[in-house]
Design a protein around this ligand. Structure first.
Ligand code: GLY
Length: 355
């Protein structure tokens, strides 16, 4: 078992990574006899893993309730958040309850926001079941729901009490979802770690074949990078912003195309490629490195351009509303070399042409 700590003083928490954690009662420490918990999950995950988790928790003596949401980004909504609150109230959950988010990024984000706001904050255990949520979204406390006018527009930074990563869950993950997670893995390589990028070029096929040691190494490396960044910049005043590489364009694609039609990682992959091309045209990234990014995304089964039906004008309203905008200044994250990136600020009518 690998254990990585997110060091945040009294709010520090462990990320534990292994095969079979959903069968291991020690995974859910500090839950114990008499505690109450609410598992928030989705239809698909409920049929796969809810029974196993329910059995494990009841064996521990935990009183478990459940709230099952439909699958899909379109359900990361105010209506579904209300469903979680109503279930918590109907089942008489108090401030000492624990919300367990069993699922991918959508479940982690909405259940996390419920934990942040229910009775002004209750305990939260993230149990990410997709590659994307295991390497990125379950760590660092970003929680949110979507608004029809913008992705993740309503939310809070609220750290979990632990993150329990059972690598076995990836065996049931659809291929398209696995590729979507690879976009966030590749992102770490481009903006933080040139060695990881080169390692991915060698190991992408083994990852896609779910080769166990390769997968475990990759998840651990991404979690280490994320834990370091969160420990040094929880509130995104500095280098955490680089984790949004590709996301300004990616969120525009997801929102414009209708939540759920482009998976998050697919939209981020296209967004990263737009940023890479912008960086090349401004003379930062070399064409050779841009080609390496393009090839790796292709080999990961990801798109390398945005939807053909979206023009520059279609991106702009979302870019202007982006959460990184400060005092009217748009902030784009541009890779300078493989393994390093910087934030560049622009006003809306001076955005470098990216289509
Ligand atoms: N997923 C980006 C972040 O946690 O900051």
């Amino acid at each position: 078992m690998d254990k990585i700590s997110v060091t945040l003083g009294e709010r520090s928490y462990p990320i534990i990574i292994a095969n079979g954690l959903l069968h291991d009662p020690t995974s859910f420490w500090p839950l114990s006899r008499g505690d109450k918990a609410m598992v928030v999950t989705s239809d698909c995950l409920a049929s796969l893993y809810l029974g196993i988790l329910y059995e494990l928790l009841t064996e521990l003596g935990v009183i478990v309730d459940q709230c099952i949401l439909p699958d899909g980004e379109q359900y990361k909504s105010l209506a579904m958040l209300d469903k979680i609150f109503t279930t918590l109230l109907q089942k008489n959950h108090n401030r000492d309850t624990t919300i367990i988010a069993l699922g991918g990024g959508v479940i982690g984000d909405i259940a996390g926001f419920a934990a942040a706001s229910y009775q002004r904050g209750v305990r939260l255990i993230q149990v990410p079941t997709t590659l994307l949520s295991q390497v990125d979204s379950s760590i660092g406390g970003k929680t949110a729901i979507n608004h029809p006018l913008g992705k993740n527009m309503i939310g809070a930074i609220y750290q979990p009490n632990s993150v329990v990563i059972d690598i076995n869950c990836l065996t049931t993950l659809p291929r398209r979802e696995f590729s979507s997670g690879l976009a966030e893995v590749i992102k770490y390589g481009i903006v933080f770690d040139a060695n990881l990028f080169a390692w991915l070029e060698l190991n992408i096929d083994a990852l896609r074949a779910l080769e166990q040691h390769t997968l475990a190494w990759c998840i651990r490396r991404c979690c280490e990078l994320k834990a370091e960044i969160i420990a040094s910049d929880e509130c995104e005043k500095g280098q955490r912003v680089l984790l949004n590489f590709g996301h300004t364009y990616g969120h525009a694609i997801e929102t414009n195309m209708g939540y759920g039609n482009w998976l998050h990682g697919e939209a981020v992959a296209a967004g990263m490629m737009i940023a890479v091309q912008t960086s090349c045209s401004l003379g930062y990234l070399t064409n050779t490195d841009a080609e390496r990014v393009r090839m790796l995304l292709l080999r990961a089964g990801l798109p390398i351009q945005g939807p053909t039906e979206m023009s520059l004008e279609d991106y702009l309203p979302y870019i202007i509303r982006d959460k990184k905008v400060i005092a009217g200044q748009l902030r784009l994250i541009l890779p300078l070399t493989l393994g390093s990136a910087e934030v560049r600020t622009y006003v809306a009518n001076e955005l470098p042409n990216f289509t």
